[in-house]
Design a protein around this ligand. Structure first.
Ligand code: HEC
Length: 681
């Protein structure tokens, strides 16, 4: 009954809903029917929560939704509204994008799905056909963290290093560029960002000996606008910039032969007022500093936050979180921009909780270090000095033997995104405590197609599972201290969403999706996802109704490499889950009016429910493995009528020409098409 009533309600709503008013009609997007995101819309995204138009929802990447119809008082009633089976079993790390009622998500092997955000119906799929043998070049699973949507296109970075622009309406390829050298080992897992007519994309691969860079491509043509390297190259080649000349003095030996590292594989944020693009850079190649730069040095710009001029990619300022990194302490973790009260006055800040375990607050205009404190157990440094430089703890040198270190290369916090709520002033961090062990690999030699780390990894085989745990940490960035925490058994839990409904949503490695009160961390609601959640949830609204979505699919580096420490995780098929509050049930009068309404569509509907719905679903919504006839109708139009009469020989689809006339079959086909238009859009 509930199912039937929701079908009726959808029909009723769409009957009176009419066309959705477009939010703005700038000339540039006047003719774009899908993915009509532009700079003005992104700039104004903070105010309206209807869409989730870019990776971190806004350019400031706060991952805070101003929607509040789902709130701490009613979230206990949250229900699954729809789900989409991804047909995958490896890690799902993407943040879906939602624009004007369409959701764009990615899965393993860089596959893109466009779905109706209200019904979950699949609109189109794009499979970039990444050669599977290239999976061996991916350090950390064949994952993808999402697309960018802009000016009618959907941009995806593929595992094999391509940036592909798709038509947002149908998923067809508009242009495609190779952003990497196919003979090297770069991979793309991060989401592109879009701004000022450009698509910004980096890549990963430091373990495999590459030199880090970030590139900007013209959003319309795919032409390269600029490329900024993050570490100096071969000194016998011309140096690309002043910033790299400065950096070269902080390296020694023949680092360029191993690429150097410093890849830009995940975080970016943009401040349009300051005109600054922020990117985080990764670890060195190899990890161990003596093997990379034997004479020492800070090795700029590894493990750094870089502020770039988006016009030309020029470096404006930098802050290196782990100078001369030797532990794989990347600073690619999420960057959040927010205005915080510092010493009583509002300040334009940038926040990051990189792998090294310190929570950083910087002035985002100048790069000035404002504060930094450990947000997890930190043993490698005794703190940060007045300029934010770590004070390395004595006795850390692992050249002469095994050293235990916290955090580890899995990070006190990894790529799983955190969230900042301007309501509570707290940052919600998927934090983890994992003991690290480092010991120089005495037999290290660089290899072209394998991990180049330089520390012995077999020490982990001796570890009991208890050395790893995780928690959801609410952090006060102004006071630089914990507000509350929720312990999780396992590390490697999902990214976080906070909302104006005083809620924080997070999925867990053990297969739960949970809502907490944002101010005190009290758990209010949960759903069992059957597979570990590592991706971050989003929230959006269609015609005033709020939804929460999350991709569930256990995987990523800790799942692959964690061994016994990761064994408690839930392993199941990948699924995209969408939740909403229960719909108000239609009244008996509404149902009566709906069922007896006149007209050819209603006649087609009655015929459909007489002959077809027992297999293909009430309201033409298939909840089984049998074909969803809305999709079939969208694809074959009136051709459905012929299938209805002739059947599909050799299958369970019966020929019904003896029972239903051509005219009746056509009425059914037209009804199905109208259902497709109503619910698939
Ligand atoms: C007894 C169950 C059953 C009934 C009743 C039934 N179908 Fe089907 N139908 C199927 C099955 C099973 C398939 C999938 C056949 C296959 O394996 O290709 C199918 C396939 C189809 C397809 C092809 C879908 C595609 O994606 O290519 C259409 C169209 C279709 N049915 C229309 C109808 C219509 C219209 C009616 C009612 C007049 C109807 N079916 C009644 C079982 C049924």
């Amino acid at each position: 009954m509930r199912h039937i009533s929701s079908v009726i309600l959808v029909a009723l709503l769409s009957a009176c809903g009419g066309e959705q008013a477009s939010q703005e009609a700038p000339e540039a997007t006047a003719t774009i029917t899908h993915g009509a995101v532009n700079d003005a819309r992104l700039r104004n995204a903070a105010g309206s929560g209807e869409d989730w138009p870019t990776h971190g929802r806004t350019w400031s990447e706060q991952r805070y939704s101003p929607l509040a119809s789902i709130d701490a008082n009613n979230v206990a009633g949250l229900q699954r509204r729809w789900s989409f089976d991804t047909g995958t079993t490896r890690g799902l790390e993407a943040t879906p994008i939602v624009v004007d009622g369409t959701m764009y998500a990615t899965g393993t092997w860089s596959v893109v799905w466009a779905l109706d955000a209200r019904s979950g119906a699949l609109l189109w799929t794009f499979d970039p056909q990444v050669p599977r043998e290239l999976g061996a070049r991916a350090c950390c699973d064949v994952v993808n963290r999402g697309v960018a949507v802009y000016r009618g296109r959907v941009y995806v970075g593929t595992l094999d290093g391509r940036l592909v622009a798709l038509n947002a309406a149908d998923g067809s390829v508009v242009w495609e560029v190779q952003t990497t050298d196919p003979n090297k080992n770069q991979t793309i897992t991060g989401a592109p960002r879009v701004l000022e007519g450009m698509v910004i994309i980096g890549n990963g691969g430091a373990e495999f000996g590459v030199r880090g860079y970030v590139s900007a491509y013209d959003a319309d043509s795919g032409a390269l606008v600029w490329r900024t390297y993050t570490v100096p190259g071969d000194p016998s080649d011309p140096v690309e910039s002043e910033a790299l000349a400065v950096a070269a003095d902080t390296w020694s030996g023949e680092w360029w032969k191993g690429g150097g590292g410093g890849t830009v594989w995940d975080s970016m944020a943009y401040d349009p007022e300051l005109g600054l693009l922020y990117v985080g850079t990764g670890n060195g190649s190899p990890w161990v500093r003596e093997l990379r730069s034997p004479g020492g040095g800070d090795n700029l710009y590894l493990s750094s936050i870089l502020a770039l001029d988006p016009k030309d990619g020029r470096l404006v300022w930098h802050h290196q979180t782990t100078p001369g990194d030797t532990w794989d302490f990347t600073a690619t973790q999420q960057i959040i921009l927010a205005d915080l009260p510092i010493d009583g006055a509002p300040r334009k800040t940038l926040m990051q909780a990189p792998k090294n375990g310190f929570f950083y607050v910087l002035d985002r205009e100048t790069g000035e270090f404002l504060s930094g404190e450990p947000f997890v157990r930190v043993t490698w440094a005794d703190g940060l000095d007045a300029k934010g430089r770590p004070i390395e703890a004595p006795g850390q040198d692992f050249r002469d033997g095994l050293r235990f270190v916290q955090p580890t290369f899995f990070g006190g916090h990894n790529w799983q995104s955190m969230s900042f709520s301007p309501d509570t002033g707290l940052v919600y961090i998927p934090a983890q405590e994992i003991l690290g062990a480092y010991m120089l690999d005495g037999a290290f030699r660089r290899t072209a197609r394998d991990f180049n780390v330089g520390t012995e990894l077999n020490v982990f085989a001796a570890f009991p599972p208890e050395v790893a745990s995780g928690h959801l940490l609410a952090w006060d960035p102004v006071r630089q201290r914990e507000a509350w925490r929720v312990p999780h058994g396992l590390p490697w839990n999902g990214g976080v969403l906070s909302t104006a409904g005083n809620l924080v949503f997070q999925g867990t490695a053990d297969g739960r999706f949970v809502a907490y009160r944002a101010d005190d961390g009290r758990p209010l609601w949960l759903d069992h996802t059957e597979t570990g959640v590592i991706a971050a949830p989003i929230s959006y609204a269609i015609e005033g109704e709020q939804y929460v979505s999350v991709l569930a699919g256990w995987g990523g580096i800790f799942a692959l490499a964690g061994g016994t420490a990761a064994r408690g995780a839930a392993r199941g098929p990948g699924i995209l889950l969408t939740y909403a509050l229960p719909q108000a049930a239609p009244t008996p009068e509404q149902i009566q009016a709906f069922v007896t309404r006149p007209g050819p569509l209603a006649d087609g509907e009655r015929l459909y429910h007489r002959w077809c719905s027992r297999c293909h679903g009430a309201g033409a919504v298939s909840a089984s493995s049998l074909p969803d006839l809305r999709e079939a109708a969208a694809r074959m139009g009136d051709g459905v009528a012929a299938v209805a009469r002739d059947g599909v020989p050799g299958t369970g689809m019966p020929a019904m020409g003896g029972e239903i006339s051509e005219e009746q079959a056509l009425l059914i086909a037209r009804y199905l098409l109208s259902r497709a238009e109503e619910t698939l859009r």
